[in-house]
Design a protein around this ligand. Structure first.
Ligand code: GDP
Ligand code: MG
Length: 336
């Protein structure tokens, strides 16, 4: 109920933070305003990460980043549904788990047309507790990012959000539409460079943990089927395409060296209603069955106990409570 109190205290904040109830909601932890300043909300950070029942647990932080209006927030709500069923309601989530529970998807606000120029990092206020196969407990945190890659005038900001969210997370989902392009990797390399500087690179270890390229509206399932197997194939083919010019080969090798683990997952189109209809409000029956099936594979691929990735800093597992310091110190590097 601590989080509930926190939510009640929050006033004069952007829309996602003004819910006057103890319902879980998205809270902004990093904000970049028009004056190019990066601010963190220490009060929110402390009250979320210093909760006595979780502050000493290890933590898995899953973040999503990528261009505006490509279904990032929408997708996170499927992950939230999985977390709620599996770790809170403790319902068995085997094959068709999306048929369990409410027929309407809720959580992070999506289709956020008005929020176009907001730049920042949001956290879901509810932190889930899971058990690793070793029996140790681990907290799970979901992050949403806003405003990456939208607008050339805020390139610095885009870089900051990308770098900070990648540094905070143990799994960064890089959300892309249709395919991977060389320019997506170029962005990534460039933005990751900032993070690399901050991470302080003391060893041969990769500066970042896991990245998962998530390809939305994948159109060639006959070449590479939806899901993680097709995704891995596609990624390999892309990064190691024969006859690449030296420059690209170098760039692709660099991307590999930035992350401990690189994955890729291919998602089908969610259906006409989701993609184009203003009246769509998250009703699962309007989501294509192919998309539902793929999400039923994606969520456990990221969030089942055996797949959870504990957050490490310099090779050491950190605790939830340590995030207060890390988020602040990563942001400080961008405050000029
Ligand atoms: P975000 O800005 O990346 O967080 O995107 P949103 O989650 O707010 O979604 C933007 C719009 O894309 C909404 O109208 C969604 O219904 C729609 N959408 C969500 N997922 C997909 C998808 O996989 N493919 C397509 N084509 N549209 C999607
Ligand atoms: Mg969004």
């Amino acid at each position: 109920q601590q989080v509930g109190n926190l939510v009640n205290q929050v006033n004069n904040r952007p829309k996602e933070q003004t819910m006057q109830s103890s319902n879980p909601c998205a809270l902004r932890i990093v904000n970049l305003d028009g004056t190019r300043k990066i601010t963190t909300d220490l009060q929110v950070l402390e009250q979320l990460f210093q909760q006595p029942q979780i502050k000493d647990k290890q933590v898995c932080v899953v973040s999503i980043t990528g261009t505006f209006r490509q279904g990032k927030s929408f997708l996170l709500n499927f992950l939230l549904r999985y977390l709620d069923l599996k770790y809170k309601k403790k319902i068995s989530v085997d094959k068709n788990w999306l048929s369990v529970g409410d027929s309407k998807l809720t959580g992070f606000e999506w289709r956020s047309g008005k929020e176009r120029h907001t730049v920042g990092i949001l956290i879901w206020s509810e932190i889930f507790l899971a058990e690793l196969p070793s029996g140790e407990e681990i907290a799970i945190i979901l992050l949403d990012t806003q405003g990456t890659f939208d607008n050339k005038t805020t390139k610095q900001h885009c870089a900051a959000v990308f770098a900070i969210s990648t540094l905070i997370s143990s799994v960064q989902i890089y959300n892309l539409k249709n395919q991977i392009s060389q320019s997506d990797l170029e962005h990534m390399e460039c933005f990751s460079g900032y993070g690399q500087l901050i991470a302080g690179q003391n060893s041969s270890e990769a500066p970042f943990q896991n990245v998962c390229f998530l390809i939305r509206d994948w159109q060639c399932p006959y070449e590479n089927p939806y899901g993680v197997r097709g995704g891995r194939n596609y990624l390999e083919e892309f990064l190691d395409a024969p006859g690449q010019p030296h420059e690209l080969r170098k760039q692709n090798a660099n991307i590999r060296s930035l992350f401990k683990k690189i994955n890729c997952f291919l998602l089908p189109h969610p259906g006409r209603k989701v993609a184009t209809e203003i009246s769509f409000r998250g009703e699962l029956q309007d989501v294509s069955s192919e998309f539902v099936e793929s999400v039923e594979e994606l969520a456990p691929f990221l969030l089942s106990p055996e797949n959870l990735v504990p957050k490490t800093v310099n090779g050491q597992r950190i605790k939830v409570g340590d995030l207060v310091h890390f988020v602040q110190s990563y942001c400080e590097h961008f405050m000029t």
